[in-house]
Design a protein. Sequence first.
Length: 315
Amino acid sequence: MKKVVYFLTLGLMLGFSSCSSDDDVLNSGSADAVLKTSSATAKTAVTDPSIGTTTTLNLTSALLSSGITTTGGKYWQNTYVSNTNLNVDIFTFSHTATSAGYNYWDGFIVSNVNDITDYGSGAAPGGSDGWVAHQWGTMAGSGFGTSSTITPGTPGTSGDPYIVAYWSSYLDPASPEGTTFSESDFSNWIKIGNTGLYEVLGLKINIHPWPYYGCLYGDGFAQAFGTGDHFELLIYGVKANGQITNPITHSLADYTGSSLVMPTGWVNVDASDLEELGEVQYLVFQMASSDSDPIYGMNTAAYFCLDKLSVKRVD
């Protein structure tokens, strides 16, 4: 709870957006009540495909037909609507939100925003306030498979939709491998199908602009990366008995060599790593950064983007 108060009081606002300039800072009791209430997300029944069927996430423009217009495109109209999950194909994406006094979301949303501007030079102390209204992008500029004529950051050229994720690090239990999964205990999970078991065949990941520029230059909370720094995505599976697997690690930014390596295009998560997850019902996502506070956790902005999740039903 101390971490929630810290975020709200200092105005880091990862995943937040103020409803008005006159909003009061929430006290610890009201913040706790809002977060607990909004975590009870709605569920939609999904029909499992037949055994042996491969399903690949297909994000269509119809998902944004009623989207919220912003710089460079649109983002999901339910981003700040409580009790909603994002449902696409056989995939159910976790999503928590509120608009009671202030706007907050975590989990997953869909976007087609083609905006890779650095908004890290905000006027408020901390220098991250400019990101609050512009947290909808991906460094690739659009979803995987968009025509090569779509140049990242070019106004009016939004391409295919993609998934934007914000991880609420204060919500999740640390090092959950070997424990029993519960939807309410984790910020970012994807349920696959209904009751079937699935092998994960593929997944594409892209770095979000906020952590990208934060790792390059710092943003008032995050420090610019130097030698030895690293930022990664941890992906867990959930087995049929509910037990959480050991994680696989996907690097987003790495300065453990002679220079900072931070790909801006869509990158495949290694297929052999995905195979290690085995037969799963859920995927669970967490993040880690060398730029972290021992009490409050990561200073690096906890966003990532994904596309083309591909699974095969095996049971």
